[in-house]
Structures are given as structure tokens and as C-alpha cells.
Design a protein around this ligand. Structure first.
Ligand SMILES: [Zn+2]
Length: 328
């Protein structure tokens, strides 16, 4: 997309808040408007009203008439149907079968709206503007409260034949393991995401190991967040470091498998848990991944930390709008 293309409105919708902003084709964010969403969980019509208002406010905040913007890109926390217009289910929002594209186009009649899953959008932005920039193909993996991913090939997200590509978090890595939110058992998510890290810490405490997390969390280890983990790791807490490394090893196993299948030019690892341990997390995952990779050349695949942090969603929503315009 040319840098002269008009800016777009991007909306990054999450379960506690949404961020709307005007974004240029080169990734420059010209305005940001924060919108609460938690108070409208289970009330999709009202939340869509608020998102439409947020899109207009973002234009005003960027000092641009809404008419000057090329399109609207939205990323949402849930799987989409194969037309990428309908959110099949977004438990964080209490959404089932919401026609996001149609509903927003009705509220913003002058603009085309393009929708993407939030993790896929983040993968696209890491590829185009972040740690994957300059490579032809990217596998992105995000480890936080869940584990998600995306595959970008020749600059475009690979959605698969049925829209289901990228779900690395639900590769089963341990038969008969913990029950996963998806209904299966032993998925990568149950071994590497925040709850898995928390469970490991609780088990270590039960085995008699001491950890600063007990004090940090006032004894409530179930309330562990990525930030608590980062704090304990910064203080060289052995249990916290082991917990994060265990997560990284499982992520590395899964990445090795995907590299054998897809052979991307670069692997980008991000998300709150990965960021808590930083470079050590990436190195640990990379070491395990390389042991799984069969083709000797593919073993040199670049494996790096994500770069865009909290902006990945907003930028991904903007890139979704540009990709939609280019294919229309
Ligand atoms: Zn699962």
C-alpha cells in the first residue's frame, strides 16, 4: 500500500476496553480514543454503537473529516466465519454470531468495514511493521491468557480453506492433559498460557518451594498476572523463572512442528507471558524449536521477540482495512 493512501480508522476491540484510532499506511498512529467495553458485555448493539461513535471521535481527534478516511478496520477477540464478517463467538464480550461488518457499515454508511480476529491482526502487524518486517513469511505466536498465532505468507495472512488457520494454541501436545477452554485436553494453551504458569507455581509451592509470588500476590497465587510474573523474574525468583521457562519449552515444541510444516522465514514470539521473561523466553523457545526442525536450512530460521506490544492490535486492524481495500 502506498504511503500516499488516505489514512484509515482502526478499532482494536477487547473484553475490557476498545481502542479506536486513525492510522496511516506506514503505521503512524494519528489519534487514539479509548472506549470502555466491559460495561457492555452481552449488549452487542450498544457496544457496536459505541464503536461507531469511537470511529467518528478518532477522526475528530486526528483533525480529519471522517469522509477523508479510506475505510474502517476492526479486530475482535474471537473466531470469525469464513467470510470474515461475522464473529462466531467472543466469550469475553458475550457475543454469539454477531454480524460485525454489516452492523458497523449500517452505523457508518459511508465506509467499508473490514474485520479480522485480534491475534491474526497482531500477526499481520508484526509481519508488516514489527519484528517480521522485511521477511517474506512470518509465523507469529502470542502467549498470554491464551495462546494464539497467525501465519503470513507473501505479505498476506493465511486464513486456510475454512478460515481456521493459525490456531497454534490448540495443538495437542500432551494426550490426556489438562482440559482446555476449547473443550479438548492437553492443548499447548493448557501447558504454556498464564493459567498453566500459575498452576505450575501452585504445584511448586505445594512441593515446599518458596517463591516471592506468594508475597507479591498476598497468598492468592490463582490471581497471577503477567506483570506479577515479570516482577518475580526481575528479582531472580527461581520458581517464577522455572515456570516461565516451562511455558517457553512447550511453545518451542509447537513452533518446531509448525516450522517443519510451513517453513516460515521468521518466527515472532510475543504476548504477556513471553514479555515477562523477555529475551530469555525467546531463546529458550528457540533452542527447543531448533531441536525439532528436520531440514537443516530451516534450523536457521530467525526466532525473535515481538516489537509492537500493545499497538499490535490497533495496527493490525488498520492493515486489515488496507488489505481489504486492496482486494476489493
Ligand atoms: Zn484447546
Amino acid at each position: 500500500m502506498s504511503a500516499l493512501a488516505p489514512p484509515v480508522v482502526a478499532i482494536d476491540l477487547g473484553g475490557t476496553k476498545a481502542l479506536a484510532g486513525v492510522v496511516e499506511a506506514n503505521g503512524t498512529v494519528r489519534s487514539r480514543v479509548s472506549l470502555p467495553s466491559r460495561d457492555l458485555v452481552g449488549r452487542p448493539a450498544e457496544l457496536l454503537d459505541r464503536m461507531a461513535e469511537g470511529a467518528l471521535s478518532a477522526a475528530t481527534a486526528a483533525d480529519l473529516p471522517f469522509e477523508a478516511l479510506a475505510a474502517v478496520g476492526v479486530c475482535v477477540p474471537g473466531p470469525l466465519d469464513s467470510s470474515r464478517s461475522v464473529v462466531a463467538m467472543a466469550p469475553n464480550l458475550g457475543w454469539v454470531q454477531i454480524h460485525v461488518r454489516e452492523e458497523l457499515e449500517r452505523r457508518l454508511p459511508t465506509k467499508a468495514v473490514f474485520v479480522e480476529n485480534d491475534v491474526r491482526a497482531a500477526a499481520l502487524s508484526e509481519h508488516a511493521l514489527g519484528a517480521g518486517r522485511g521477511y517474506d513469511s512470518t509465523l507469529a505466536v502470542f502467549v498470554g491468557s491464551g495462546v494464539g498465532g497467525g501465519i503470513v505468507i507473501d505479505g498476506s495472512l493465511y486464513h486456510g480453506a475454512h478460515g481456521g488457520a493459525g490456531e497454534i494454541g490448540h495443538m495437542v501436545l500432551r494426550a490426556g492433559g489438562h482440559r482446555c477452554g476449547c473443550g479438548r485436553a492437553g492443548c499447548l494453551e493448557t501447558l504454556a498460557a498464564r493459567d498453566a504458569v500459575g498452576r505450575y507455581v501452585i504445584d511448586e509451592v505445594a512441593r515446599g518451594h518458596r517463591t516471592l509470588l506468594t508475597e507479591i500476590l498476598n497468598g492468592d497465587l490463582l490471581a497471577l498476572t503477567s506483570r506479577d510474573l515479570a516482577q518475580a523474574i526481575a528479582l531472580s525468583d527461581a520458581v517464577a523463572i522455572r515456570a516461565a521457562r516451562r511455558s517457553a519449552r512447550y511453545v518451542g515444541l509447537a513452533i518446531g512442528g509448525v516450522v517443519n510444516l510451513v517453513d516460515p522465514a521468521v518466527v515472532v514470539i510475543g504476548g504477556g507471558i513471553a514479555e515477562a521473561l523477555g529475551e530469555q523466553y525467546v531463546e529458550c523457545a528457540a533452542e527447543i524449536a531448533r531441536r525439532q526442525i528436520l531440514a537443516s536450512a530451516a534450523r536457521h530460521v530467525v526466532i525473535v521477540a515481538s516489537k509492537l506490544g500493545n499497538d499490535a492490535g490497533l495496527l493490525g486492524a488498520a492493515l486489515t482495512a488496507y488489505a481489504g481495500l486492496a482486494s476489493n
